[in-house]
Design a protein around this ligand. Structure first.
Ligand SMILES: [Zn+2]
Length: 105
């Protein structure tokens, strides 16, 4: 399963985008994105930036909220949770098998 860490960084705002680096750490000369129209934030890039309009339309055929882009839809989120539960169950079974092999003489 893909790591959620990059998405978590975008979601929390703790990332290396200019808006965070400039406004929090005073790194760089500006928080503007290369389009010069707005600060470089996950929301601007994923929702508004004209540089990515065509790409956004290709990926998201209908208007999609930022949260869904970062975290997936509610259906996708519950599907991930089900997969995690299945993985936990599988590893529990493995532990039981290993335990029974190691501690049964
Ligand atoms: Zn832009």
């Amino acid at each position: 399963m893909a790591s959620t860490q990059p998405l978590l960084k975008l979601w929390s705002g703790h990332n290396r985008l200019k808006a965070h680096m400039y406004n929090t750490y005073k790194i760089g000369h500006t928080d503007l994105y290369s389009c010069r129209e707005a600060a470089e934030t996950a929301e601007h890039i994923l929702q508004d930036c004209q540089n990515y309009r065509t790409l956004r339309q290709a990926i998201f055929s209908s208007p999609t909220e930022l949260q869904a882009k970062l975290w997936g839809t509610l259906e996708e989120q519950s599907s991930y949770r089900e997969q995690e539960e299945e993985e936990k169950e599988k590893s529990n079974v493995k532990v039981k098998i290993v335990t029974s092999i190691c501690f049964t003489s």
